[in-house]
Design a protein around this ligand. Structure first.
Ligand SMILES: NC(=O)c1ccc[n+]([C@@H]2O[C@H](COP(=O)([O-])OP(=O)(O)OC[C@H]3O[C@@H](n4cnc5c(N)ncnc54)[C@H](O)[C@@H]3O)[C@@H](O)[C@H]2O)c1
Length: 324
């Protein structure tokens, strides 16, 4: 397939680009590089540096390429920042998708895979969370994901088959690509920065949650498994449109992640206990049964140490991220 990957210079997108190429697809990456890295884009993919909201540039790209599918990884990703600056999130994460979907309709591109998020659920009533759980985002980041999801069935009537993938916590690295967000807000890369001596200590937000060790529990899904799900979403077109959770179904507490990082790096991690952050649910764990049954997806990384170890290897090889 000829595939356009929007946001393909970012963490998850760059790993997917590698897998798409390995699977024999032809790839063009459209990325503004607002938070992505030119060096993260596989040399066998075409890279077009532009904002997806630039309608003329997008129309030129569509007109000259005859894409068959579009995968969207764009937008901003910090839920906390989105509460303080909602306009930044709606303007990029929602308007960017509208521009893209309109161009797909205009140029007859019939397949769309959307990076959604567990943030569409907010505080769940029960775990594991299924796709039928109530959708009650607690921040503009999650609201923006839900707004796009709600548009998709309307675009389907204009000929676009869609697959929305609600990732839980993306983690880990491939041999070539890893996580380099600035600022970094995700637990595993931050704890590895502490292990590497780049930060003094690891803030632990909340130690009095109703969980066995008092810290929040999250579902970490390996970036290679996420990428594989996108390939399945594109190739299994007989599955039709749909919405799927992607998690590995096992929850690990913040303390367990910090201990795993200590084991993998072979050194203790200094921890700084802090108060709970508002809007952090105690437990977020996915049921991914639908993705397994319908898409035939099987997450390969269920062992926490293996996930952390892959991230540690990449971090050791790129101590300053993509700037080295
Ligand atoms: N990382 C996670 O744990 C996680 C969890 C759930 C959902 N997601 C979603 O997955 C997607 C990818 O996440 P990531 O961690 O790889 O993020 P990332 O920030 O590494 O990648 C996003 C990419 O999109 C590009 N971009 C942003 N706005 C753009 C625009 N207007 N035009 C063109 N390019 C633009 C950035 O330059 C960057 O390369 C995001 O949509 C995110 O919301 C991520």
């Amino acid at each position: 397939m000829r595939v356009l990957v929007v946001g393909g210079a970012g963490y998850i997108g760059s790993v997917t680009v590698d897998q798409l190429l390995q699977s024999g697809h032809t790839v063009t990456v459209l990325d503004s590089l607002v938070s992505g890295h030119r060096e993260a884009v596989n040399a066998d993919a075409e890279l077009v540096v532009a904002d997806v909201r630039g309608e003329e540039a997008l129309a030129r790209l569509m007109a000259s390429h005859s894409f068959e599918a579009v995968v969207y990884y764009g937008g901003f990703i910090q839920a906390g920042e989105s509460v303080i600056n909602p306009g930044r999130y709606f303007a990029n994460n929602v308007a960017g998708c509208i521009a893209l979907l309109n161009a797909m309709v205009a140029y007859g591109v019939g397949h769309f895979v959307f990076s959604s998020s567990a943030a569409v659920y907010g505080e769940p009533d029960e775990v594991p969370i299924s796709e039928d759980a109530p959708l009650r985002p607690v921040n503009p980041y999650g609201e923006a994901k839900l707004m796009v999801e709600r548009m998709l069935p309307w675009y389907e009537k204009q000929g676009i088959r869609y697959v929305a993938l609600r990732y839980f916590n993306a983690a880990g690295a491939s041999n070539l690509r890893g996580e380099d967000h600035r600022p970094e807000t995700h637990l595993i890369p931050i704890v590895l920065q502490v292990a590497a001596g780049q930060r003094e200590s690891m803030p632990l937000f909340g130690t009095d949650y109703p969980t066995p060790d008092g810290t929040c529990i999250r579902d970490y899904v390996h970036v290679l498994d996420l990428a594989a799900a996108h390939i399945l979403a594109l190739e299994r077109s007989e599955a039709g449109s749909g919405v799927y959770n992607l998690g590995n179904g096992i929850g690990f507490s913040n303390r367990e992640v910090i201990e795993a990082a200590g084991r993998v790096a072979g050194r203790p991690i200094a921890v700084r206990e802090e108060a709970r952050r508002p809007g952090d649910p105690a437990r977020l764990v996915a049921s991914s049964d639908r993705a397994k049954e319908v898409l035939g997806w099987t997450p390969g990384f269920t062992d926490l140490d293996a996930v952390v170890e892959s991230a540690w290897r990449w971090h050791q090889a790129h101590p300053k991220g993509y700037s080295t």
